[in-house]
Structures are given as C-alpha cells and as structure tokens.
Design a binder for this molecule. Structure first.
Ligand SMILES: Nc1ncnc2c1ncn2[C@@H]1O[C@H](COP(=O)(O)OP(=O)(O)OP(=O)(O)O)[C@@H](O)[C@H]1O
Ligand SMILES: [Mg+2]
Length: 371
C-alpha cells in the first residue's frame, strides 16, 4: 500500500511494526490507546538489546528520551500537547509518530495559517445538501479535529501560533469542555469527545507569537520544547536514516562516501558556531541550520548526482548544493559563505586533504556563479 503513495503516513509505513508491537503489548493502556506508553516510547526511540525483543525496532525520532516521555504522559492526561522549537527540529515528525503509535491515525491534521477559521477546527456545511435537504448531521462536514473527537483519537494542529485569536479561542473551548455544539441544529446538536481524544499542536519558535498565545490557551497545553540537535552523533544518525529512506523512495542507487557525510556535518557545525558568535543579523545566515536543512542539502546533492552525474556523490556537487540552499539573501548570505570558504574550508583542505579540496573547489565555483 505504501508503494503507491508519494509519502505514506507513519501508521501505514510502519504498519507491520505497529501490529507486532500491539500483539506483544501487555502493559496498561490509557483510554482507547492502541499501545501502552512504554510501547509508544519503544516505537519512537527504538529498541535496545536489553529490551530482549525478538524483533529489532529501529529508532525513528532522535532526541532526548525525556521529551518523548513527557509528550506521552501529557497525551494520557487531559491536556493538549504543544511541541515548540526552531524550524526543522522534527516537531511535526514527532507529532506524526505519536499519533500513529497511539491511535493509528496521524492524518487528522489542521494547518494553522492566518486564513484558518473556526470552521476549520469545528465544522462546515455541504451547501448543495443543505439546499436540497436542509441542515442536518448529514449535511454537516466535520473538521479533522471534530472527527478526532468523535472517534476518540488524536487531532493535530500544525503551526498553532500562526492562526488568529478567534481560532485559538475556539480551541480553548474544545480543550476544556471537550464538546462542540452545533447551534444550527434543533436536536443531536452536541458532539462529545470520546475518551482518547487529544490534540498535538506544533509551533515554530521563530514565528513571533508563542508568547502571544492567550494565557487561557497556554494553560490547556503542556509545552515541550525541542532544541536543535547539536550532538554530532545523533545528527549523523538522523541524516543517515533520512537519506536511506530517500534513496529507497526514489529507487536511486548511489554511492555515498562516509567521509562526505562527515564533511557535511562538520560544515554545518562550523556554520552554527559562526552564527552563534555573530553580533548582528547580517553576519548570520538566515537559515536556522537545522538537521532538516542538512537533509535538504543532501537530498538536493543526491538528486543532482542521480540525474546529471555518474552514480557517485561528489564533494563538488555537495558543496554546490550547500551554497545553493543556504545562500538565500544576496549579498549577506553569500558574503558569509564566502568568508567561511576562505577562512575555514581553505585551510582545512590544505591540512586534512581527503575530499576537502574538491569541496573547496565546488563551493568556490558555486559562490562565484551566484555572486
Ligand atoms: N530529531 C529528529 N529525529 C528524526 N528526524 C528528524 C529530527 N529532526 C528533524 N528530522 C527530519 O527532518 C525533517 C523535518 O522535520 P519536521 O518537519 O518534523 O520539522 P519541524 O520541526 O516540524 O519544522 P517546522 O517548524 O519548519 O515545521 C523530518 O522529515 C524529519 O525526518
Ligand atoms: Mg512542522
């Protein structure tokens, strides 16, 4: 089933694993959860030898286990979960994995934008049916959140802070009363949330606005802050995990030299420390330099080599993709990259050799093309 979808949701992609975990799970389950909290954690963080399982469960989200545990505990309480962090820190991915493990449905999602209205989180009407038959439960179109309430599963709200305060207010009533009333109907006009209903929201800490959330709404959510991954080891694991998936998805056979992955990780680490010591925004790349951005750079380089190259990912190509993806503002970002190439890549290439000289050359070319 997952082969004929561009991107299968986690509950489809890992259906086998989830079935198996469910079959061996004898732990206590809150509400109508499909897995116990321990199994949810195991599904997300992967198994270790000490778990003594017959089957190895790979790690899917990388980060401190305390974030995952706190998220799970929140969902077993009657508060919503709000995952906050920089762009690309894996908030949406964690939300998807949690929903997939807990209720096998991660697709009841509302996207928060300035244009999101109350209808998007409550219900709207099928106008032609209303004209033909009048307003009834049949002619009502429930929102994903309302569907989650009726089924007692998890509803997701992406980018909560981008939505207007009207929408946030509507969410307060859903989270505190746990029902939605439909005043247009004379009877059968309240939809109650079934046990197991909860909301996982995400918010980007670079969008101003987390602080603008009303205090009433803040009280109904537990906040879990997800930091940018800075450990090189976990970062390497995330990048490898995603890259393998990418190669499989595009059915690409390509040789990816491990030392090239090191160059990518090293250059991101360098650029991050340069950004940390920058004094003004003009001296700082616009990019958050997140792990997701690294994956983006690698994806670009892989596709480029696949379509225009010769089955090996070359350091020049990687450098070109890195410059191309990170130079968003001209001239500021280009100047920063240029300084990095001169001040860091050049000496390193003289000292360490390996693939660095090719990386140096590729980056220089890309910078001069874009300048
Ligand atoms: N800690 C992590 N573990 C596993 N994968 C990660 C992690 N961080 C980032 N990724 C990968 O990066 C990609 C982007 O992450 P995701 O979309 O979840 O970020 P986000 O925090 O929701 O960003 P945004 O604020 O821009 O929406 C995901 O496909 C995910 O695979
Ligand atoms: Mg997201």
């Amino acid at each position: 089933m997952s082969d004929d979808m561009l991107r299968a949701p986690a509950e489809v992609k890992f259906a086998d694993e989830l079935d198996w975990l469910e079959s061996i799970d004898d732990g206590p389950k809150p509400f109508s959860w499909r897995l116990s909290p321990r199994m949810v954690r195991l599904f997300i963080l992967g198994s270790e030898r000490s778990d003594g399982l017959e089957r190895e469960i790979p790690q899917k989200w990388f980060g401190d286990r305390s974030f995952v545990e706190r998220s799970i505990v929140t969902l077993a309480s009657d508060r919503g979960l709000l995952l906050i962090g920089d762009p690309g820190t894996g908030k949406s991915w964690l939300a998807e994995l949690l929903a997939a493990a807990i209720c096998r449905n991660s697709t009841l999602v509302v996207q928060g934008t300035a244009g999101t209205t109350e209808d998007h989180i409550k219900y709207s009407w099928n106008v032609s049916m209303v004209i033909a038959k009048g307003q009834s439960r049949e002619s009502m179109i429930p929102s994903p959140i309302m569907t989650a309430m009726e089924r007692g599963v998890i509803g997701r709200f992406e980018e909560l802070t981008r939505s207007t305060s009207d929408v946030q207010d509507a969410l307060i009533s859903i989270l505190s009363e746990k029902y939605v009333s439909i005043p247009e109907l004379d009877d059968d006009n309240i939809v109650f949330a079934q046990p197991g209903f909860s909301i996982i929201a995400t918010a980007n800490s670079r969008d101003r606005g987390v602080n603008d959330l009303s205090s009433a709404l803040k009280r109904r959510f537990n906040f879990v802050r997800i930091p940018v991954v800075t450990s090189k080891k976990s970062e390497a694991e995330i990048v490898r995990f995603r890259t393998e998936e990418l190669l499989r998805r595009h059915r690409i056979e390509l040789d990816l030299p491990p030392s090239l992955l090191d160059i990518l990780l090293q250059s991101f680490a360098d650029l991050r420390s340069a950004a940390a010591s920058a004094t003004s925004d003009d001296d700082k790349l616009e990019s958050a330099l997140s792990t997701a951005e690294q994956i983006g750079v690698l994806e670009d380089a892989i596709l480029h080599s696949h379509f225009f190259g010769d089955r090996v990912l070359r350091a020049q190509t990687l450098a070109g993709s890195l410059v191309g993806s990170l130079a968003r503002r001209s001239p500021e970002d280009l100047a920063i990259l240029n300084k990095y190439w001169h001040g860091v890549v050049e000496p390193r290439s003289k000292r360490d050799g390996g693939l660095w000289p090719d990386f140096l050359e590729g980056g220089r070319e890309a910078i001069s093309t874009l300048s």
